[in-house]
Design a protein around this ligand. Sequence first.
Ligand code: OAD
Length: 236
Amino acid sequence: MEEINRARALLAGAGRIVTFSGAGLSAESGIATFREVQTGLWAQYDPTELASPEGFARNPALVIDWYNDRRRKLSSAWPNAAHEALARRDDLTHVTQNVDHLLEAAGAARVLHLHGRIDSDRCHRSCGFETPVDIAKPPSLRSCPRCGAPMRPSVVWFGETLPSVVWEMAVEAVVAADALLVVGTSGVVFPAAGLIDLAHRSNTSIIVVNAEPIRSPANVRLIGSAAELVPMILPE
Ligand code: OAD
């Protein structure tokens, strides 16, 4: 309880709050995380086959079918109490590694998606063509209408660089923040996880909410459910 009070006091006293989230934020909406031992996606599937340019070159239809399964599951998911508590505050900037739309569905206005979005497709050759996808009825493997290259989800795969404008905006927001609220991430995927270290170097207070302890700097660590803890610590 003392830790909850400390987190609440830090957030209440912070003028500019930035959130940094990962798959644990959406876990209680029924969306699988990546690294949990039994249920995590990377425990069941091989990321080099399904989330890399090399895997896509080897078997593009397999990759698209896997993303389309995730899209269909996401189409019936709803924001949970953590998304809702974050979205209630319209002064926050949300930096997320999540490719889902659940923060936006809860009403959050300023969301920076470091790893892209699953509800959009883009040309794999980067001719610039990009188009929204109906995640309830996603299209099978198809070609770019502009240049004929295969279309792929607008997400970042292993070995690819983050969208530079989004990354720069995230860095700027973290450097200027008084508090960074880290929710539901293992903090092991870089460069995204480097934002926590950046906050530490910038003397930003860091509050970590996660189901298990993570190795990162933090002023307060709360171990438990995001949907329970975030509404308890974030003043409306
Ligand atoms: P991970 O699966 O690595 O970590 C999710 C974290 O959330 C774990 O530490 C869990 O303990 C925690 N967690 C699970 N359920 C929770 C809950 N209900 N409340 C609070 N915490 C909970 O997912 P990410 O850190 O998001 O990248 O992974 C980072 C990146 O790795 C992803 O964006 C993805 C993946 O490969 C790309 O696809 C590029």
